[in-house]
Structures are given as C-alpha cells and as structure tokens.
Write a protein that binds this ligand. Structure first.
Ligand code: NDP
Length: 270
C-alpha cells in the first residue's frame, strides 16, 4: 500500500504543532504515513488542493473551517449541526468531515467535577462549537463578549448573553459560574485581559476553576485566576485531545485514544 499523506491547511500555518503531533504518533505506532503543512490562501480551493495532493486526511485551521464544511461530501452529525469542520478524511473518493475541537475541549474540561454553569468570555469561532457541545452535554453556558455583533447568533439559539456594558454592575446580581473560560484571543500576543477587571473580579471568586483555550503560555487571565487561588488549566489538552480524536478518524479507529496519547503528547515536550 502506498504511504498515506496527511496535511494541515491554514493561513498562517507555519506555527502549527499538528505535523509534529501526528508524525510522532505515526512513527510511534509504526504507521506508514506522513503529515505535512500547506499554506492555503483561498478556502474555495481546499477540496481541489486536497485531491491534487493525493491526501488521505487533513486538519483545517483558521480561517478555513467553514470552507472545510463546504468541501465535505459526508458530514458527521455534530459537524453538520455547527457548520464547522476541522478534520477531513478521504474514503473511497469521498471526503468525510468532522469537528474534533469541540469533543477535544469537552474532554479537556472533564477533569473538573460537579460543574453545571459555565461562563464563556468571548463568542468567536471556538466558542461556537464548544458552546454547542457543552449544551448537548447538559451544561448551562452564558457568554459575555466585548462586541455585540457576534452575540446575535447565540441569542437566537437561546443562550444567555451579555456585552461588557450589559453585564450586571451590581455584583449581588451576578450569577455564580462553576467554570470561567477565556475563549478570546486576548492574552495570546498581548497582555490584555479578556474582559474588564470588574467583571472578572465578580465571577472568578465563585468559580471552581478557570480555563484558557490559549496554550503554551500563562495568560494574564490565568495569572489573575491563580492569584485568587483558583485551579487553572490552559489550552494544551484541548489541542492534544482534538489531535487524538482526529488521529482516530484518520486511522478508522485502529488505535484507541489511550494508545495514541503518549506518542502525541511528546510533541508538547520537544
Ligand atoms: P475568533 O477570531 O473567532 O474570535 C475572537 C474572540 O475574541 C471574539 O469574541 C473577540 O471579541 C474576542 N477578543 C479578541 N481580542 C479581544 C480583546 N482584546 N478583549 C476582549 N475580547 C477580545 O477567534 P477563535 O475563536 O478562532 O480563537 C479564540 C482563541 O482560541 C485564540 O486564542 C486561539 O488561539 C484559541 N484556540 C485554541 C485551540 C486549542 O486547541 N487550544 C483551538 C482553537 C482556537 P469581539 O467579538 O468583540 O471582537
């Protein structure tokens, strides 16, 4: 059988850890495959590029996850519901589309027990898939976002939403949230907090833990949460787990989550 080739598509894509994660795992499990990266400027060209490169599978990152949804011939039910695909697998000439970010995130927060209410700081693309899976799993998700525009769609779907301006100023009116999660890019390449200090000071003290989707650094948000004595977690496990779930799809479940994990995890210590 010819060597199977996989790739990540994105723009930018040079920073992605996915080639290292998947190649270490192919090597560790003795799979004859390799994983490369492809800078894709035009999302409309995703499918033809995938086919021209003769790929067996791909991950898709910003800004092409909606384009990947359109490129798929067959959609997994959850990916279909949210309209966002980050994993494509070729089977008998058809492209199967999945979303592994959301189940990866769900697994990453599963270590926090007795959690019912969750506050999302941010309402962008990552919040879209993760809010949906959390709701499916019975969590109550509330969103607070800087701007109003991105909240419209959540409001329509029945989520409780606030902007920084509409969030209660009177702290006695602020609900208690078991988990507070930074879903924004604030703190990624700057020292910004994801919301005004007054909002964070009202919600962090009541949280059981604080989580950030940003990985590889301690953001100002996580620093603040730690200073309040809260357990914290960054986005590394989310990244790792979405990769493991993608690998399961790539290899048609030939390997279990726990067999894949130690090899893929090595990418985080290199
Ligand atoms: P989007 O561009 O879709 O959304 C960005 C969000 O951040 C919006 O809600 C925006 O608010 C908010 N925002 C940006 N800057 C600020 C700021 N200075 N203050 C307050 N709010 C701000 O981003 P994504 O959803 O694609 O990505 C969000 C984060 O998730 C990124 O940091 C990314 O690295 C991380 N991520 C991590 C993954 C992992 O595996 N760990 C996987 C995918 C993403 P507004 O609407 O007001 O502009």
């Amino acid at each position: 059988m010819a060597k199977e080739i996989f790739a990540i598509f994105g723009n930018p894509v040079s920073h992605s850890k996915s080639p290292l994660m998947h190649n270490l795992t192919f090597q560790g499990l003795g799979v004859d495959a390799c994983y490369t990266r492809h800078l894709l400027e035009d999302g409309d060209k995703l499918k033809e590029t995938f086919l021209a490169l003769g790929l067996k599978g791909a991950n898709i990152t910003v800004p092409h996850k909606e384009a990947a949804f359109s490129a798929a011939d067959v959609l997994d039910p959850f990916a279909k519901k949210i309209g966002v695909v980050n994993t494509l697998v070729e089977r008998e000439g058809k492209l199967y589309g999945y979303n592994t970010d959301a189940p990866g995130f769900l697994k990453a927060i599963s270590e926090f027990k007795n959690v019912k209410t969750v506050l999302f700081l941010g309402a962008g693309g990552t919040a879209q898939s993760t809010s949906s899976i959390l709701r499916d799993e019975g969590y109550e998700v509330t969103l607070v976002n800087r701007g109003e525009a991105r909240l419209e769609k959540y409001k329509k779907e029945g989520f409780e939403t606030y902007t920084f301006e509409t969030f209660p100023k009177d702290t006695s009116l602020v609900k208690h949230y078991d988990l507070v999660i930074n879903m924004t890019s604030a703190g990624l390449e700057d020292d910004n907090l994801p919301a005004p200090k007054e909002i964070l000071s009202a919600v962090i003290p009541h949280a059981k833990a604080c989580v950030d989707v940003i990985y590889g650094k301690e953001t100002p948000f996580l620093k603040l949460a730690k200073s309040e004595g809260k357990p914290t977690k960054d986005g590394s496990d989310m990244l790792l787990y979405q990769g493991i779930i993608a690998f399961e799809h790539f290899t048609n479940y030939r390997y279990s989550f726990d067999e894949i994990k130690p090899f893929m995890k090595k990418a985080f210590s290199l």
